[in-house]
Structure formats: structure tokens, C-alpha cells
Design a protein around this ligand. Structure first.
Ligand code: PMV
Length: 348
């Protein structure tokens, strides 16, 4: 039996995709497989206090506090999420939940918090369920947490564990699934173990295109089928890159994926340009620096103007110096976040 009340807290990280998820089918099933580095510093901490309901009413009952203050505009998102997961979390209507959430990164920094946020909330709800079923083993817990997180925001299913997570059925990746993320099952060269991601905040504030709208743009998109196939092929190519640690090939793949994501948006109807002039300046400077110095530093992008600068531990000093000397001027108010590959969510 549940106790009538209690509280659980989880901290879940963000993640950055190397092969991008862009396009989905019904029930949050991805149109193509993807893979990401789990991050470390950028994270959401969520606590869920639960209290047995006596009000006899139907529907969900919850309060939401974001960074200590009530947040009404997040509520419809949570409501939709609850509806999607209700079948898998049957006690949802029996309790009143007080959800308190905060991000490690500044509010409206242009960093999407849906992955870390949905991952943290899923872990909290599942932890409540675990009290009903204390036998639930660790492996199942992680899998189901990822499954629930996917129903909140697709990429959130890659934010439960670290450090390299693959999501989406792929014929050559054993145990890959459309329903949850898995730890990348093949050999990974140590060069990828301490990878850095310095996030340049080029443009803070609301995203121009929500990911819901973005995924929808792939329906009837003239290049969609080719793009989905390309993602399957890129995951195959990554297998030997991850094993061998060929950074030149890694960089080609990562940058091509980022630009392809943006190309899909530029060629959809309606069409969007999500880069800003500073995004392009940064990309050009990275290319020039890499040509001049041979330092293996590269970029990737999400569905926005911010730039993720990726580099291995071995060039950390040089990369930071270059970023500070040449790239930070392109950040809004000079803001950037030093993050790195991380090991996944933690109970607090
Ligand atoms: O999880 P969503 O629905 O917000 O989609 C995220 C899509 C990208 O961040 C652009 C790519 C990815 O794989 O994370």
C-alpha cells in the first residue's frame, strides 16, 4: 500500500543530440533513430509531494511551482502529459501532487528544459509508484522512466541515464526501441568519455518554433523520407567512429547532422531560419580555427540559434581560450555555459 502522503526529488540532466530526432509519428514514436550525449551541468531538479485525495472529484489534481512561484502556463503541458501516461501510472487520479521544479540554467536562456524537466518529473512519479511495488528492479525502473519521459517530450527519454544514449528502433542496434532510450551498446573509445559541451547563448528567450510545430513540419515535407533514411545510415557510420575515436569523422557527422536539422526547417512549409547572424559568425570562426590549428573542436545546434561547442578533454585549455577570445562576443550579454558529458539522473 501507498502511504497517504510523501515527497520525492530527482535531478535530471539535459542532453545534446549528435544524430537528431526530427519528425514523429503518433504516440511520440520517432520517425528516425537518434543518439545523444547526456549532459551534466544543465539539469532540472523536481520534487513531487503527494497527498491522498478525499475530494471525490474526477480529473487530475496538481499544483505547479517553478523556481518557487506558481506557474500557470506550464499546467496544460503537464495535463497533456498526465493524460498520456495515465494508463501506465494508474494511481495518478488518486493523489494531489505538488510539483516544484527549478533549472540549473538561467530562466529563458534559450535552453530547452523540456528534456530535463520531463525526465525529472517522470522519475519522481515512478518513484512514487515504486512505493507500491518496492520490488521494481533498477533496470525496469530506468526503462519505464525513459518510457514515461518520452511521452512528455521525445528527447526526454534520452535524459535518464548517461553517458551516450540511443533512442529509436534500428535494425543494426540490438535492443534499440522506439519506446525508450538505451545505453549505447557498442564499444566507445575513451576520447568520448570526458567530452565537453560549451553552450553559447546566442539568443535567449522563447524559441521561434516549438518542437511540436517543428516535428509536424516533417509531415508532407519533400525531403522527409531521405532525411529519415540518412539518420539510420548515420547511426551505422557512428558505430566505427565511436569505436575507433576518429575525431575528424566524428566532426563531419556531428556538424552535418546539425546543418541538416536546420536545412529541414528552411525547406519546410512554412519555412524558418532559426540561426542568427551570430550563429553563423561562430560557425565560421570554428571552421577557421580548426583549419588553422587542427584542434578538433566542432559545433552542433538544436532547433534554435544557440551553439553547442564540442571538444575532447585533451584540448580543453586551448578550446576555452579560443571560446573566450573569439566566440563569447557573439553571445547575448556574453553568456555561455560550460557543460560536459554526464552520467544521468540522480535521486536527491
Ligand atoms: O524532444 P522534442 O520533441 O523537444 O524534440 C527535440 C528535437 C531536437 O532537440 C531538435 C533534436 C534532438 O534529437 O534532441
Amino acid at each position: 500500500h501507498f502511504s497517504d502522503s510523501g515527497k520525492v526529488t530527482w535531478k535530471a540532466p539535459s542532453n545534446i543530440a549528435l544524430v537528431k530526432y526530427w519528425g514523429k509519428l503518433a504516440n511520440q514514436i520517432p520517425a528516425n533513430p537518434s543518439i545523444s550525449f547526456t549532459l551534466d551541468t544543465c539539469a532540472t531538479t523536481t520534487s513531487v509531494a503527494y497527498q491522498k485525495r478525499e475530494d471525490g472529484k474526477d480529473g487530475f489534481s496538481f499544483d505547479l511551482l517553478f523556481e518557487g512561484k506558481p506557474k500557470e502556463d506550464f499546467k496544460p503541458k503537464i495535463e497533456t502529459f498526465f493524460k498520456r501516461i495515465e494508463f501506465y501510472v494508474p494511481f495518478l487520479k488518486d493523489y494531489h501532487f505538488t510539483i516544484e521544479t527549478s533549472n540549473s540554467f538561467p530562466h529563458s536562456s534559450g535552453i530547452a528544459s523540456s528534456a530535463s524537466g520531463m525526465a525529472a518529473l517522470s522519475l519522481c512519479l515512478l518513484d512514487v509508484e515504486k512505493q507500491l511495488n518496492p520490488e521494481m528492479n533498477e533496470k525496469f525502473f530506468k526503462k519505464k522512466a525513459s518510457f514515461l519521459a518520452r511521452l512528455g517530450s521525445g528527447s526526454a527519454c534520452r535524459s535518464i541515464e548517461g553517458d551516450l544514449i540511443q533512442w529509436g528502433e534500428h535494425p543494426n542496434i540490438p535492443d534499440s526501441s522506439n519506446l525508450y532510450g538505451i545505453k549505447y551498446p557498442f564499444e566507445v573509445n575513451p576520447v568520448f568519455k570526458n567530452y565537453h559541451d560549451t553552450i553559447l547563448l546566442v539568443h535567449k528567450g522563447q524559441k521561434q518554433v516549438s518542437s511540436t510545430v517543428g516535428h509536424d513540419l516533417m509531415h508532407g515535407h519533400p525531403y522527409a523520407q531521405n532525411r529519415f533514411q540518412q539518420a539510420f545510415g548515420n547511426l551505422d557510420k557512428f558505430k566505427s567512429i565511436f569505436a575507433g575515436g576518429d575525431l575528424e569523422e566524428f566532426i563531419k557527422m556531428v556538424e552535418s547532422e546539425a546543418l541538416t536539422l536546420h536545412a529541414m526547417m528552411m525547406t519546410s512549409m512554412p519555412y524558418f531560419i532559426l540561426m542568427k547572424p551570430d550563429t553563423l559568425e561562430i560557425i565560421n570562426k570554428i571552421w577557421k580555427y580548426r583549419t588553422d590549428t587542427k584542434v578538433p573542436i566542432c559545433f552542433t545546434l538544436d532547433a534554435g540559434a544557440n551553439v553547442h561547442v564540442l571538444y575532447p578533454e585533451s584540448v580543453k585549455e586551448k578550446a576555452i581560450q579560443f571560446i573566450q577570445d573569439e566566440l563569447v562576443v557573439h553571445c547575448e550579454k556574453g553568456h555561455y555555459i560550460c557543460d560536459r558529458i554526464g552520467m544521468g539522473a540522480k535521486i536527491i
